[in-house]
Structure formats: C-alpha cells, structure tokens
Design a protein around this ligand. Structure first.
Ligand code: BYC
Length: 470
C-alpha cells in the first residue's frame, strides 16, 4: 500500500519528498493555484467554516475525513490509487506488454492533450459555479456545492501532478495555462464547449452535476483503464470523489421534480410558477440544454483521435477490463449519419466509433436517472413525464453539428429549429424567472420553497446540522 504523507505542504502518496525537483516545481505552482482559488473560487464565502470531507488516504474503507474547514485551507493533495503489481496492458495494440510508468516519446503529444483537456474542465466548473452560494436553497445544498468545488480543485491537482512529473517544461507551461483560461471568456475560453456555458442558477447546477459531471465519470473511467499507469491510478481515485458530485446532481433534480409535483397537486389549475414551483417545461428545457452540451463532450461520433487513443492503449472503453474482446478490430458499429439531406445508416470501424460507444453507456445511465425523476411524478399521480432528447438534438460537435434536429432526432430545417428554440431550450426569460425565484436560505434545516428536502443529511448528520457557519 502506498504511504500517504498527510502533513506535507502538499499532501501526497507519491513520495514527493523523494523528488526534490518535482516537489519544488509543485510548491511553486501551489501559490498560483491558491491565488486562482481566491479570485475564481466561491465568491464571498472563503472565510466561512464549511463541513467538508478531505481525502486523506486511498483505502476503500475510510479514505475521507469530515470536519469544518475554511475553503482556502482545504488540504488539496495528490492521491493515486494503489498500484497493481506487474500490471499489464489489457487493450489496444500493446496488449500483454507491461503498463507504462513513463511516457514514451511517440505518445507524448496525444497523452499531454488528453491530460490537459481533462485538467481544464476542473477549474472551469469551479468558475462556472462561483456565485451560486448566494442563492443556495439550504445550508445542506450550499455545503454540497462547496464540496464539489474543492474536489474539482483536487482533481486539477491530480492532473497537474502528471503534467509536472512526466512532461517537463511543456507540462509546467500547460499547468500554468490552466490557471489563465477562464470559463466563458471569449478571449481565453476553456477548451470544451459545456465549460463555457453559464451555470447561474441551481436548476442548472443540478443539471450540470447530473449530466456534465457524469461525462466526467465516463471519461475518467476510460482513462482509469489507461496503459499509462500514473494516469490510470489518478483517475481511479478521482472516481471515488466523483460519485458524490453525481449524487448531488441526480438527487437535486429529483428533489426539484418532487416539489414541483407537490405544488401542482396542491394548486390544481394554477400556473406552477405562480405558486413558486419550477414548472416542468422549464425543467425539460434545462435538461435539453445541459444534456446536449454534455453529449458533445464525448467528441465526434466518428473520430480518428479516439482510434489513436485506443490503439496506443491510452484510453479504453468503459469497464474495458470486463469486456471480452480488447482489440476493437474487425468489428463495426452502425450509426445514423446525414447524407444528401437524409439520415442513413453507416457502418463505421469500431475503433473510429469509440466515442459513440462510450456515449451509449452514458446515455443508458442518464435514462436510469430520468426513470427515478419520473417515478416522483408517478408517485404524485401526475401524468406528465420528463425525457431525454435524441442524441442528435442541438449538437455542436460531431456528425450532427452541421444539421438541425428536433427533440425526437428527426432532421429538420434551420427555420423550424429556430421557431422552436424557445420551446426546446432554456430561454432568457427562464433564466430571469429562476433568478427571481432563487433566494438564499441559511437557517439550518430550512429549505427554499421550490425544492423538496434531501432524504438524509451528510455523513449521517441531521438535516438541520449547521453545514456552513455563516
Ligand atoms: N467542445 O475527434 P473528435 C469532467 C474537439 S468532464 C470543444 O471529435 P476526440 C468534469 C477535440 O478536442 C470530462 N471541442 O473528439 C465534468 C478535437 O480538437 P483538436 C473531461 C471539442 O478528440 C464536470 C476536435 O474537436 N475529460 O471531468 O475523439 C465538472 C475533434 O475531436 C469538443 C475529457 O474530456 C467539445 N465538446 O474526443 C468537472 C477526457 N469535443 O484536437 C469535471 C479527455 C471535441 O482537433 N479528452 N472537441 O484541436 C478526450 O478524451 C477527448 O479530447 C474528447 C474529444 C473526448 C473531449
């Protein structure tokens, strides 16, 4: 088991103390990170005591410690899951060879690009969410927001460690750049589309942690299969923390849907907005918006990059180890593509379709969560149902991005899309309504009118525990 140094300036289980050059480089990056956190982290709450969990080991039983912490004092550290002795590469063109402990020259550029892309999403999400605490529906939710934020910060550390440790000066420069780009800034935007979209209300926050963080789960899981062992082990441990972020999103949406159904039943015939509920069409539009941007995060349906990543054994499929065939050669994947103004089926070599294969697993997972939200409607005897739009709807990357589709995935003309835009996608007036509705609630145990209470508190504590001391 790897030794965790909890009390070092940078907590770690990678023996930083034994590599003075790396330690110095990371200790130089640390104040820049902290400055970024003060500038771009949660606005207005940096001095408050927050009941947070901090990673302190990589043991499955008891990896986290819970206590009050001021966010700038959070112990962001570097944790890799324990190594597997004599690990062998289990997919791609290098099956059977020993896992890589260093970066081979020929893979340097693509591996760096994968790591930088992963890294860039972490600070981006913190930037997108930095003002949300001002409208938190409860102390419980505010605390969850901060928990997600500090852990995204730790995930940035996980990737920056890899850049510093394995990519020399290029890696250090990339690590500096990660603190310079800004979510939504037209002059220095974040790399991937979803991370430049505004996330200014809690319905968007829950949809983001449900759909966008869930892309994170699938990307991290495929990188946890990587032949580059330090990346695989970093991602494996990140997934442990990620599970809570997905919980926040999925149950947050569920609590909103539940409350809406209650208020609709209590006030039959009334406009739900007039009785302080978030109406189902608004919830659906917010789902459509974040789901479609999150689908884009898997990249193009047909991608030579994905084939290269797999061939080089750098990025596998979801649960690659559990699959039967690990070369992904000699198989194809059928998918609809647009040709001459019509949707037709095309057979694509499997290696070029791996983004779509990963998207399949993601879509199934999203459908499962939708089922739970609809269960709330069913339990309340409502007939309305929420749904996921077609994966072709409102896409900005890949095969479908040059065309227009309706929610069912039928090819339509641009005019028709534009005529329906405000019915299908969140509008400025939705944003204004949500802004007006969402007011901060800070009394322990109390909740905003538009959301149902959580099923239980954090870490076995009561719902009215003082999760943030204001
Ligand atoms: N926006 O061959 P293509 C998370 C670019 S989220 C903008 O179609 P490829 C988290 C692409 O970079 C998980 N650009 O796709 C969640 C390429 O550009 P270059 C993050 C995009 O390369 C919430 C070009 O289009 N992790 O952890 O097979 C909170 C053609 O690309 C987009 C990763 O992304 C887009 N949506 O796959 C906090 C894992 N999509 O190179 C955290 C690492 C594609 O021609 N990244 N492009 O300039 C990857 O594995 C791949 O880069 C992608 C794209 C899956 C993103």
């Amino acid at each position: 088991m790897s030794q965790v140094d909890r009390f070092a300036r940078i907590p770690n289980n990678v023996d930083l103390n034994g590599d003075k050059k790396l330690q110095r480089a990371l200790e130089k990056w640390q104040p820049a990170f902290q400055q970024w956190w003060m500038e771009m982290g949660p606005e207005g709450f940096q001095e408050k005591d927050v009941y947070l969990r901090t990673a302190i080991s990589v043991n499955a039983d008891g990896w986290a410690h819970f206590d009050y912490v001021k966010m700038p004092d959070y112990r962001w550290g570097i944790f890799l899951s324990d190594p597997i002795p004599d690990r062998k590469i289990h997919f791609g063109d290098r099956i059977g060879q020993p896992a890589l402990m260093e970066v081979p020259g020929e893979f340097r550029n693509i591996l760096r690009r994968i790591i930088v892309t992963q890294a860039d999403t972490e600070p981006a999400s913190v930037e997108q969410q930095r003002r949300l605490a001002h409208t938190a529906p409860s102390l419980y939710d505010m605390r969850n927001l901060f928990q997600v934020n500090v852990e995204e910060g730790r995930h940035l550390w996980a990737m920056v460690y890899l850049l510093h440790a394995f990519f020399g000066k290029d890696g250090r420069d990339e690590a500096d750049e990660l603190l310079c780009r800004r979510a939504g800034d037209p002059d220095k935007p974040r790399i991937l589309g979803a991370f430049n979209q505004p996330c200014n209300d809690w319905l968007s926050f829950f949809a983001f942690t449900m759909f966008t963080d869930r892309d994170g789960k699938y990307q991290l899981a495929s990188l946890a299969e990587s032949s580059f062992d330090p990346l695989a082990r970093s991602c494996k441990f990140m997934l442990t923390e990620e599970a809570h972020h997905l919980f926040v999103g999925e149950t947050g949406m569920q609590r909103v849907v539940k409350r809406t159904a209650e208020l609709m039943n209590a006030h039959p015939g009334k406009d739900p907005r007039a009785v302080g509920a978030i109406d189902l069409p608004t919830i659906q539009r917010v789902i459509n918006f974040w789901y479609s941007y999150s689908l884009d995060l898997f990249g193009g349906e047909i991608s030579s990059n994905s084939a290269d990543f797999f061939a080089a054994s750098l990025k596998g499929r979801f649960q690659e180890s559990a699959r039967e065939e690990h070369t992904a050669l000699e198989r194809t994947r059928e998918m609809p593509v647009v040709e001459n103004g019509r949707l037709v089926h095309r057979e694509v070599p499997l290696r070029n379709a791996l983004n779509e294969v990963l998207r399949d697993d993601y879509v199934d997972d999203c459908e499962r969560a939708l089922g739970r939200w609809n269960k709330e409607l069913e339990k309340a005897n409502r007939e309305e149902r929420l749904f996921l739009p077609s994966r072709r709807f409102h896409r900005h990357q890949g095969e479908y991005s040059q065309h227009n589709f309706n929610l069912q995935g039928e090819l339509i003309l641009r005019d028709e899309f534009e005529r329906n835009r405000d019915v299908w996608l969140r509008t400025e007036s939705d944003d204004a309504f949500l802004k007006d509705l969402m007011k901060q609630v800070v009394e322990p145990g109390k909740l905003a009118h538009w959301i149902a209470p959580p099923a239980r508190g954090i870490n076995g504590l009561a719902e009215d525990f003082e999760y943030v001391k204001l």
